[in-house]
Ligand binder design. Structure first.
Ligand code: ZN
Length: 245
C-alpha cells in the first residue's frame, strides 16, 4: 500500500494539482489538515480532496474559517485570509470542514494536524520536547503524520525510551521506519512551504518497503500569487510563496 501525504494545502490549487500529478500512483491520500486559509481556491481544494476520498483531519485554519475556533488566535494577515475564506466558502464545503475529526487512527498510523498531546489546541511540534509528549500518546502506533509547522522533518524515538531525535529534511529524503522505534513525520506544506524552499512539499508512505519519502514538486507559483492578489488577499501572504517562507 502506498499513501500520498498532502498537508497544509491552504487553498493553493496550483500546488495541489502539481502534487497530485506527481502522486498519481498512490493508493490513497492522507491529509493532516489545513485544506483552506491563505490561498484563493478553498472550494476547489475541498472538492478535490473530498472526491479523492482522502483521510483528512481538521487543521486550525479549517477550524477558524468555519467557526470551530476563535479567530483571535490568528495574526492580522491570517485573520484577513480566514475572513475572506469564510465569505467565499460554499456551504457544502464549510459543512464538510465542520465535520472533520481532530484525529484519525488506522491500523498502523495516526494522523493529526498539530500534535497528539492536545489536538483541540493545535500545539506545534517544533522540537523534541513537544514530540515526546505526542510519543507518549502514540501507544502501539509506529507512525504519526502531522502538519501545522509547514516544515518537513521527522522525530524518532526508541519505544520505551523517553528522549527523541529530531531530523530536518531540507531536501528530498527517504525515512526508513525501523522496528522498535516510533516516528512522527511532517511531510511539509503543499501550499505554503516555510523552509526557504518554494517547491510544494509532500510525502509517500510505502507500507511494503517501510519508508516515508519526502518529495518536493515544482508548481506555477506566479498563477497562485496572481489569483491571491486579484482576490484582495494580503500582499505578504502571496509574496511569501516565491521565497518558501
Ligand atoms: Zn497550515
Amino acid at each position: 500500500m502506498r499513501y500520498g501525504i498532502i498537508s497544509d494545502v491552504h487553498a493553493n490549487l496550483e500546488a495541489l494539482n502539481a502534487v497530485l500529478e506527481r502522486l498519481n500512483d498512490v493508493d490513497a491520500i492522507l491529509c493532516p489538515g489545513d485544506i483552506v486559509g491563505y490561498g484563493a481556491n478553498p472550494n476547489e481544494c475541498c472538492a478535490i480532496l473530498r472526491d479523492l476520498g482522502a483521510t483528512i483531519v481538521l487543521g486550525n485554519h479549517d477550524a477558524v474559517c468555519v467557526g470551530r475556533m476563535d479567530i483571535e488566535w490568528f495574526n492580522p494577515h491570517a485573520q484577513a485570509a480566514a475572513l475572506w475564506t469564510a465569505e467565499h466558502l460554499a456551504k457544502q464545503h464549510s459543512d464538510y470542514l465542520l465535520d472533520l475529526p481532530l484525529v484519525e487512527r488506522r491500523q498502523e498510523f495516526v494522523v493529526v494536524h498539530g500534535s497528539l498531546a492536545a489536538p483541540p489546541e493545535f500545539e506545534y511540534i517544533t522540537g523534541p520536547s513537544q514530540a515526546c509528549r505526542s510519543f507518549a500518546d502514540m501507544g502501539e502506533y509506529a507512525l504519526c503524520f502531522v502538519g501545522h509547522t509547514h516544515v518537513a522533518e521527522f522525530y524518532a524515538q526508541r519505544i520505551g525510551n523517553s528522549g527523541a531525535d529530531q531530523t530536518l529534511v531540507p531536501s528530498p529524503i527517504k525515512v526508513r521506519i525501523k522496528p522498535g522505534f516510533h516516528y512522527i513525520v511532517n511531510c511539509g506544506s503543499v501550499g505554503q512551504p516555510r523552509d526557504g524552499i518554494p517547491l510544494a512539499s509532500c510525502g509517500v508512505y510505502d507500507t511494503d518497503s517501510g519508508t516515508v519519502e519526502i518529495i518536493r514538486v515544482e508548481y506555477d507559483i506566479e498563477t497562485a500569487q496572481a489569483k491571491m492578489r486579484d482576490s484582495g488577499l494580503p500582499e505578504v501572504l502571496w509574496q511569501r510563496l516565491e521565497f518558501g517562507m
